[in-house]
Design a protein around this ligand. Sequence first.
Ligand code: CAA
Length: 258
Amino acid sequence: MSSYETLLVEQRSAVTLVTLNRPKALNALNAQVLNELLDVMRAFDADPSQGCAVLTGSEKAFAAGADIKEMQAQGFADMYGHDFFAGWDSFTRTRKPIIAAVAGYALGGGCEVAMMCDFILAADTAKFGQPEIKLGVSPGMGGSQRLTRAVGKAKAMEMCLTGRMMDAAEAERAGLVSRIVPAAELVEEAVQTAATIAAMPPLAVKANKEMVNVAFETTLAQGVQFERRLFHALFGTEDQKEGMTAFVEKRPGNWTGR
Ligand code: CAA
């Protein structure tokens, strides 16, 4: 596996564990982090031995935002001309699931990248916020859209307008995170959850991820139709035959990924 300057990457059986590693900048997300992360996710998606990824940061910060020092001197022509942040769209096109394991600060771009993952497991120390307004700007990596869909307009609007942070308990109540675990157990719990997913039939994993994500992009009727078509398609897989036969024969399934 390639080595990276801003990331630590480790394969734990079928789970790819990616740790953001710019401790001096509280894991601020710059162009290098993006490029390295895209490289890792391309390799992860292409590697049949890998079934699920975990993206995490440090105890203090998942990520404290986009790199303010990188953006400080930029003008409109630079940002618009280069469609700054558009590269993150590629991260969301990863087809296998990615779990965000968040401890400490997930602010601005940090909160936005956590929300680009398929779900968020939070340590009891997690803090989420969109404080960009205090810098004279706004979310730019999807925060105003994904946060609103995740927690509703009232909380999203308040957080974007005031920059206040949500702690883990509030984030769980609001539906931003799937559950809270003690900080000391966060990474192990996320890796175990990822291992559970990685042990599922791989085509069904991709289909389930794709259909839940379609719920954010479409009407109910179209989403239900999309789900049903993919559900039908899974009956063309060997793993559907194996899964249902294994159930009837009261034994674990043995997946081929076909
Ligand atoms: N970009 C660049 N550097 C950052 C950073 C960021 N987003 N966040 C923290 N750092 C750096 C600090 O500049 C500091 O570096 P130096 O030691 O060289 O001064 C180092 O990380 C440690 O930070 P602090 O000394 O500030 O640590 P703290 O514990 O006192 O405070 C914090 C922690 C509350 C998270 C504070 O660092 C903070 O407010 N950070 C900025 C949060 C923010 O505004 N995020 C949004 C960024 S804009 C954005 O993300 C746009 C978008 O939509 C994508």
